[in-house]
Design a protein around this ligand. Structure first.
Ligand code: ADP
Ligand code: MG
Length: 247
């Protein structure tokens, strides 16, 4: 049974149809990677899934419940499905520990002691507990992104969406962030990620989805998509990636 189900999802900005009817199923514990040229709709798809965009057609279901359209409880949805962004989006005026504990305190109704203890435990797992009382601008980009992932996990979500989370990082900081994603995958976290890190996508994904101009052109296990893609557009895209030295 699918945990996340997109049914003919459509999204336009003005006259520009950015998602032209995307249907996709993600099972519990699956890692699904969205690849495709810049502008093909990866971020828009993830943002629709987190109710950051209002969709124009189709449906989104989580665990069988429709979570798109009028009357949907956006807070409940975001509690079930966390999101991490390219630009970290930490609250600059709060320390690391406050950033992480805020959601559990406000939205899960946790007691302060428990929320703070949880946050410290999670920070230990990513080797950042010694930075608990720092402010985001006192951390490297890689450290900020690790905190952003911890903040999402602290809400005990059932799935996490990751949008190009290493794209804003200096190359030497990418690995420390990807290691956390790898650990989450091993723990069985359901994830959907958009990424340009093709090696990583190949290694960590159960399913790779190739989007082009708002359409889902091809999907399959990484061996198929990277090794023997069916669609000529997928092959062209991957050829460019290989030529750029990124696969
Ligand atoms: P990707 O993440 O695959 O690079 P996006 O989902 O960011 O692609 O963008 C898909 C298309 O939608 C692009 O043509 C982009 O310019 C357009 N787009 C994205 N966000 C907006 C917005 N807020 N307003 C208007 N157009 C947008
Ligand atoms: Mg994007």
């Amino acid at each position: 049974m699918s945990f996340i189900e997109l049914v003919d999802l459509k999204k336009s900005y003005g006259q520009h149809e950015v998602l032209k009817g995307i249907s996709l199923n993600v099972k519990k514990h699956q890692v699904v990677t969205l690849i495709g040229p810049s502008g093909c709709g990866k971020s828009t798809l993830l943002r629709c899934l987190n109710a950051l965009e209002i969709i124009d057609g189709g449906q989104i279901k989580i665990a069988g419940d429709v979570v798109s359209g009028p009357g949907v409880n956006v807070n409940l949805l975001r509690r079930k499905v966390g999101m991490v962004f390219q630009s970290f989006n930490l609250f600059p005026n709060m320390t690391v520990i406050e950033n992480i504990a805020l959601g559990p305190l406000k939205l899960l109704g946790m007691h302060r002691e428990e929320a703070v203890a949880d946050a410290h435990a999670l920070l230990k797992r990513v080797n950042l507990d010694h930075r608990a009382n720092y402010y985001p601008d006192q951390l490297s980009g890689g450290q900020q992104q690790r905190v952003a992932i911890v903040r999402a996990i602290a809400m005990k979500p059932e799935a996490v969406l990751l949008d190009e989370i290493t794209s804003a990082l200096d190359p030497e900081l990418v690995a420390e962030v990807l290691n956390i994603v790898r650990d989450l995958a091993q723990d069985g976290m359901t994830m959907m990620l958009a990424t340009h890190e093709m090696h990583f996508a190949k290694e960590v994904s159960d399913l790779v989805v190739f989007l082009e101009q708002g359409r889902l052109l091809e999907q399959g296990p990484p061996e198929q998509i990277f090794g023997n893609p069916i669609e000529s557009r997928t092959r062209e895209f991957l050829k460019q990636i290989v030529e750029a030295g990124r696969l």
